[in-house]
Design a protein around this ligand. Structure first.
Ligand SMILES: Cc1ncc(COP(=O)(O)O)c(C=O)c1O
Length: 388
């Protein structure tokens, strides 16, 4: 499957910028164990620099801590481990030392449309996939700020930047204001949507988001670096460090220089920051914004031409995601199957609020106007055949 090609629109799958493929090979050849600054100073410095650039690009607090991990699942896990540390420390409990047995209960709020990997992260942290309180969402999957339940004691509110189906964003400003007024920690799962903060044109979608306490995103999605590459950011760097750092007599002592593994679940780890550094160094802030906006323009074109041809677009196309129905569920499923067999492009199915739909997710640097034209031709040719 040519997932790195310009006509792959499945799941939310970024490609790999050529420079990041080169940097990835280089980092593999160097084979640095990028756990400590002492043993891998060059890659530790590249990672530290990439972190500074990312915080600047995304408009997040410059003193935030950051973890370069495998993907958004582990980024959510890492950020939520910091959240768990902080809310329990505030309640007088040291979770890393004493575990969760006997700890003050933590209320966890998630939107009805939280990504399943967020639930998995909560489960891995002992916070439970099912004991969370689910906040109702609107027709686009946005958490309803007016439906936050009451809570008391330690609380973590998990918001979302970019719904995996619609691309919609939770109303951050309203949720964060209320959650903070009531003493909660606010986390943002922005596996792909967090990147909207890097474009002036898209930034209104994330208004208020920078006031949250932690954020997770993927570099292997919209920054277009090779797998695997996720990023966690935590406003209180000390909370992330408290959740993750270890010491031992044989390990280098904590020092002035940033040890990557003081912020990650892993000790031994590849030098993941090198690819992020290479992507940012090459594209610059304007190049990143241009890539994001180009993908969104392609998504809007898909929506508009499919709509003009009589197909139903089920979502507000605010970002890079398009949900399209070709008629009833069977017809839509047949179009998807035939499109996949045809091979011009690749899109997958989903269910959105009771409707069967085809998902188009545009997040590859390689997708060109010509790719969109060829893909649209294939979609409409096959849809005409299936609809008879
Ligand atoms: C909103 C959201 N969160 C988390 C994830 C999980 O990301 P990963 O597969 O990189 O762990 C995804 C993947 O699409 C996502 O869309």
């Amino acid at each position: 499957m040519a997932t790195a090609g310009g006509r792959y629109f499945g799941f939310v799958t970024g490609a790999a910028l050529p420079v990041t493929v080169a940097s990835n090979w280089l980092a593999t050849a160097w084979d640095q164990n990028s756990a400590h600054h002492t043993s891998a100073p060059a890659t530790a410095v590249l990672e530290r620099t990439a972190l500074r650039w990312l915080l600047e690009l995304l408009g997040l607090p410059a003193s935030s801590g950051g973890a370069f991990v495998t993907g958004a699942t582990m980024a959510n896990f890492s950020a939520l481990a910091a959240a768990r540390h902080a809310v329990l420390q505030h309640a007088g409990w040291h979770v890393e030392a004493d575990g969760l047995f006997g700890a003050p209960p933590i209320t966890v709020l998630v939107g009805e449309e939280a990504h399943p990997t967020l639930m998995k992260s909560l489960g891995m942290l002992g916070l439970g996939r099912s004991r969370v309180l689910r906040v109702p969402v609107d027709g686009q999957g946005r958490m309803r700020a007016d439906r936050l339940p009451a809570w008391s004691g330690p609380c973590i509110v998990c918001t979302q930047a970019g719904n995996v189906n619609t691309g919609a964003f939770d109303p951050f400003a309203a949720i964060i204001d209320e959650a903070h007024a009531r003493g909660a920690w606010v986390h943002v799962d922005g596996a792909f949507g967090l990147w909207a903060a890097a474009s002036a044109a898209l930034a209104p979608l994330v208004a208020g988001m920078a006031r949250a306490d932690s954020w997770a995103t993927d570099a292997h999605k919209w920054l277009n670096v090779p797998y695997d590459s996720g990023l966690a950011f935590v406003r209180d760097a000390g909370a992330l460090r408290s959740a993750m750092a270890i010491s031992a007599d044989y390990l280098p002592p904590q020092s002035e220089s940033r040890n990557p593994s003081d912020y990650t679940p892993e000790l031994s780890r590849r030098a993941r920051g090198v690819d992020v550094w290479a992507a940012l160094r090459t594209l610059g802030a304007s190049g990143v914004a241009e890539m994001l906006e180009r993908c969104c323009r392609h998504a809007r074109r898909f929506a508009s031409e499919l709509r003009s041809a009589g197909c139903t677009v089920l979502n507000e196309v605010v970002l890079n995601q398009v949900l399209v129905s070709f008629g009833d569920a069977d017809t839509t499923r047949r179009v998807i199957a035939e499109l996949q067999a045809d091979g011009t492009c690749w899109c997958g199915p989903t269910q959105w609020q009771g409707h069967t739909a085809m998902r188009i997710s545009v997040c590859s640097w390689a997708t060109s106007d010509e790719d969109v034209s060829r893909s649209l031709d294939a979609m409409l040719r096959i849809a005409a055949r299936c609809r008879g």
